[in-house]
Design a binder for this molecule. Structure first.
Ligand code: ASP
Ligand code: MG
Length: 427
């Protein structure tokens, strides 16, 4: 007998039929002899609606109250799911984050899981119950409700799977798995059978929305095998695990991703002194803003330009810091460019194959795509391009690195067009 944790995203629970469909899956697992825990997100667009409600009554809703409000979305789902399962004749019990023992930090709206005291869950499993846990929420040691940040139910599921020593954590959504590229942008993208944790970490960090980054970090730390699959069919999904093979045999590039949620900030004519970078980025870190790619030019005449990318939604946090820093440093000015996108190629086989970055740059050049910033890790190369070049960059790289789906695949699986239509509808 094995323990399976199944997480259902909002789209997979958007209406009563879908809840029942998910419930049947859970009942089937239980009847096949598994111990079953489900982690549920808020139904459909509930969380967005709750955010809109908060913003309609307050220009800047206090985060503690925001978490109180948003946590109710998942609470609806868990109760409805438990009812659906019981209606199918199987025992089930729902639990809030608190009841499931999910203890978090007090950082409202982006709390981190500190500890999971899952005795109550294991007791219920021992009583032959399917346990439904509200995703995305936890409770501080003082007893205040917190949420883990948008998309946080993935993290709840993987963390719970780790705490329960589950054999598998399944993440159900409206897509069949992790693709070589976003099928809405690259029609010849295809589903990947498996990925290592490292690859998935890079893919999640590079902007793919299939699995939340923190969930992948948990999965890797505790070695939880994760399957990303569709709630709407029985196709096997993408398995993310610690599979180790000869890097020579791994795909040089397994995925091409884009992220257009970041802006590029440039501080011009910064005096080239010791400690300047530390000063700028400490000030930014202090307001809790994230920084991604950083480039500093070689200085001429004692001045240099400093550029970095940051989430567009964090610009409000950063702008006051920039104003203050430009003044304090005696820099000339700062500029913000929102029309950029980060394009990344990712693959575990990159380590063993020189020349991958060079090939990427050549392909982009041959296709008339200009490169802004560049950054790399052992298994990823990222560049920034103008937003209008996203599709051209993605499709040309996808083809050049041999990722285009072959005819055979398209015949036996859903066509890319069908997939794209489906993905569009679910969002
Ligand atoms: N309901 C939350 C959200 O929409 C959490 C989640 O879906 O994982 O962000
Ligand atoms: Mg959601």
């Amino acid at each position: 007998m094995s323990i399976i944790v199944c997480k259902f995203g909002g789209t997979s629970l958007a209406n009563p039929e879908r809840v029942l469909r998910a419930a049947r899956r859970l009942v089937d697992y239980r009847q096949a002899g598994h111990e079953v825990v489900a982690v549920v997100s808020a139904m459909g667009k509930t969380t967005d609606d709750l955010v809109a409600l908060a913003e309609a009554v307050s220009p800047k809703p206090p985060l503690r109250e925001m978490d109180m409000l948003l946590a109710t979305g998942e609470q609806q789902s868990m109760a409805v799911m438990a009812m659906a399962i019981q209606g199918l004749g199987q025992r089930a019990v729902s639990m809030t984050g608190r009841q499931a023992g999910i203890i978090t930090t007090a950082a409202y709206s982006k709390a981190q899981i500190d500890q999971i005291k899952c005795e109550r869950v294991t007791d219920a499993l021992a009583k032959d119950e399917i346990v439904i846990v509200a995703g995305f929420q936890g409770v501080t040691r003082k007893g205040d409700i917190t949420t883990l940040g948008r998309g946080g139910s993935d993290t709840t599921a993987v963390a719970l799977a780790a705490a329960l020593h589950a054999d598998l954590c399944e993440i159900y959504s409206d897509v069949d798995g992790v693709y070589t590229a976003d099928p809405r942008k690259v029609p010849r993208a295809h589903k990947l059978e498996r990925l290592s944790y490292k690859e998935m970490l890079e893919i999640a960090a590079a902007g793919s929305g299939v699995l939340a980054l923190r969930a992948v970090e948990f999965a890797r730390r505790y070695q939880v095998p994760v399957s990303c699959r569709s709630a709407f069919n029985d196709n096997p999904g993408t398995i993310i695990s610690a599979y180790k093979e000869d890097p020579m045999e791994q795909a040089v590039v397994s995925s091409v991703t884009y992220d257009n949620s970041e802006a590029k900030i440039t501080i011009r004519d910064v005096p080239d002194n010791v400690g300047i970078a530390a000063q700028v980025f400490s000030a930014i870190a202090k307001v809790g803003a994230n920084v991604d790619m950083i480039v500093q030019n070689v200085s001429e005449d004692g001045h240099t330009d400093m550029s970095f990318t940051t989430p567009i939604k964090e610009l409000d946090l950063i702008e006051p810091v920039l104003k203050a820093q430009v003044k304090a440093l005696g820099a000339r000015e700062y500029g913000i460019d929102r029309d950029i996108a980060k394009i990344s190629i990712i693959g575990a086989g990159m380590k063993a194959n020189p020349g991958v970055a060079a090939k990427m740059f050549k392909v982009l050049a041959d296709n008339g795509v200009n490169i802004g910033m560049i950054s790399t890790s052992a298994i990823r190369v990222s560049v920034t391009v103008r937003s209008e070049n996203i599709e051209r960059a993605l499709t040309s790289l996808h083809t050049a690195f041999g990722l285009d789906a072959d005819e055979e695949y398209e015949e036996t699986q859903l066509t890319a067009a069908e997939l794209a239509a489906k993905a569009q509808k679910g969002r």
